[in-house]
Design a protein around this ligand. Sequence first.
Ligand code: ADP
Ligand code: MG
Length: 269
Amino acid sequence: MIEARGVTVRFGGLVALDDVDLKVPGHAVTGLLGPNGAGKSTLFAVLSGLLKPTAGNVLMEGRDVTRTTPQKRASRGLARTFQHPELFSSLTVREHVVLAYRMRHAKGRIWSDLVTGRGFFPQPAEERIRVDELLAALGLAGIQDRPVAGLPLGTARLLEVARALAVDPTLLLLDEPSSGLDARETEELAATLQSVVTEHGVALLLVEHDVELVLGLSDFVHVLDFGVEIAEGTPEQIRADPVVRAAYLGEEIEPTDARRSGTEQGEPQ
Ligand code: ADP
Ligand code: MG
């Protein structure tokens, strides 16, 4: 679906990404893990088109898109969220989802609504049903008429995901979707993302520092550290990888046989 080949990004003397390869196939969750500063958001920006790599290529369905704009990639089915949600504070939760839906499905009407001052309603049935579905899926139905100003960050993040899904993407890139969410919200988000991938066949790239979220949700995981890919594999392989465990100081990653007994897995030196 989307692929990075030999991507290198330099910021002055700093090598943020060093010859990184990564594939995000359809019908699957691909996880990108790494400690702070590892280069995750940089790779995310290269894939979404916000940043041109110093070297290397980005391909969408086999076609080179390295030099194409984020808009062009969006028109080919790529949707993404930002690490910090960007919302219009005076609009309601529901209106945000409607706006995102119309960006894809009824672009002309956004402008006619603004010009005629008719506001967002009435909605065609198809749109109303889809927006209802999205609000329900993300647990936002109960607060749909609240203005987004003053929403807790966790809720704003769920709304960001609803907006990204409203354009019916084939490829969804999420940068730190769990940041700001409490444990219950993170679980809800994980379940929602899982069902999106299963039901709609979306290719999902999950960029996260939350190790357990990534390992629990991903089919395949890449691990970056200081701009270098230090490991790739299934969640089981990543859990067992001594290099990954060292990069995370051996603390955050629980072995699958979590009820391990006795002496193994002592503190790292
Ligand atoms: P992560 O998302 O994994 O925490 P980033 O991709 O944000 O890491 O950053 C990787 C490295 O590149 C860090 O050392 C960061 O300071 C640096 N960096 C990121 N963006 C820029 C930029 N626009 N200019 C200079 N350095 C940057
Ligand atoms: Mg980041």
